[in-house]
Design a protein around this ligand. Structure first.
Ligand code: HEC
Length: 143
């Protein structure tokens, strides 16, 4: 390789690393960053008794300590400063939390405020069961 080539490769490498750094930064800033293709994913499970029951059990196992018995964001491990952001029942939050977005949040978690990632604790199907349950406890939008 010529020196020029090596330099070009190095410059691209650095630019890539910087871009990845920015992505990481985005995860820790005020908002979640959800890739468009992830947000567009749809829950295809039926909202039947078996799915809701499985979803509720997963919720009680993995989420209740932070998000609270009724999903209001008031569990014993909840960070009180973010109680409103942790309220999974709020109708006003439904519009910006379509199925795919909720899936992404559960699967990947976030660093600050801290929510663990669950990609190593649940299968994708289990996460969808959980989302079926979460959808059922959401208040209906007014109007
Ligand atoms: C260690 C505590 C903790 C646990 C355990 C936890 N979460 Fe969270 N969760 C949070 C925090 C903190 C936020 C708020 C982040 C923010 O500011 O947007 C959050 C936000 C969310 C949101 C986004 C709400 C919105 O309207 O933007 C969803 C959905 C969610 N959690 C689902 C779950 C589910 C489902 C589980 C169980 C599998 C779970 N969480 C487990 C702490 C937790």
């Amino acid at each position: 390789m010529t020196t020029r080539r090596v330099l070009t490769v190095a410059v691209f490498g650095l630019a890539w690393a910087a871009a990845m750094g920015l992505r990481l930064e985005a995860q820790t800033s005020a908002r979640w960053t959800i890739p468009v293709e992830a947000a567009n994913e749809k829950n295809t499970l039926p909202s039947d008794d078996a799915t809701l029951k499985a979803g509720r059990a997963l919720y009680e196992k993995h989420c209740v300590n932070c998000h609270g018995k009724e999903g209001k964001g008031d569990g014993p491990d909840a960070d009180k400063r973010y109680a409103a952001d942790m309220d999974l029942t709020a109708a006003a939050r439904a519009a910006r939390n379509p199925d795919g977005t909720v899936f992404y949040k559960i699967w990947n978690g976030r660093l600050n405020p801290k929510m663990p990632a669950f990609s190593d604790k649940m299968s994708k199907n289990e996460v969808w069961q959980l989302i079926t349950y979460l959808t059922s406890i959401r208040q209906k939008p007014r109007g």
